[in-house]
Design a protein around this ligand. Sequence first.
Ligand code: 6GU
Length: 223
Amino acid sequence: MKITVLTLFPEMFSPVLNESIIKRAQENSLIEFSFVNFRDFSTNKHKTVDDTPYGGGAGMVLSVEPIYHALKSIEGNENALKILLTPQGKTFKQATAKELALKEHIIMICGHYEGFDERVRELVDIELSIGDYVLTGGEIAALTIIDSVTRLIPGVLGSPESYEHDSFYTDSLDYPQYTKPREFMGMKVPDVLLSGNHQEIAKWREEMKLKKTTERRPDLLKK
Ligand code: 6GU
């Protein structure tokens, strides 16, 4: 899979993408990232990418032209899935991550400042938000989406089992996990997990998933 990010701050990405699982996924050619700074496509001599809003009001608006030209500069842009990152977008979910993990090439556009010229919306296929709060820009949202999509690409994690029991993969939270020691400051590992009875363990885990989801995220069960 190829992911191209349009951003004014490409340096924000490398510290996150060049560590751990995502780093290894790149080394194994399972994912490839590239970055386009759309300031390089500014059409004026001061290299600005935003301007004051028509009709007046506070703040600046990102112009459509540099984003248009930056998009056109990307090889294969016609066939890529183009995503605009904005708090106005559809909320990104685990189901969205699963869909995106099947794509060959994704282009993400990160905004900054007050917002985009509305005509930028005509250049993309979908608009995504990562939740109901406002970030200073789309970069952290892009990183969030990249992280959750990358781990679903076949071969990135050891085996499909690594994510098939993830929280949200089946619209429920995960069961409680324990490792050594058996007892820590009076807190014990549940006996059933030490029993060696795999049927009992599986049953207990299902019960715990349901209990946890009912207590914490009853909204997931309603689906
Ligand atoms: Cl995608 N962008 C910004 N600026 N804020 C957000 C967001 C995106 N998703 C949630 N908040």
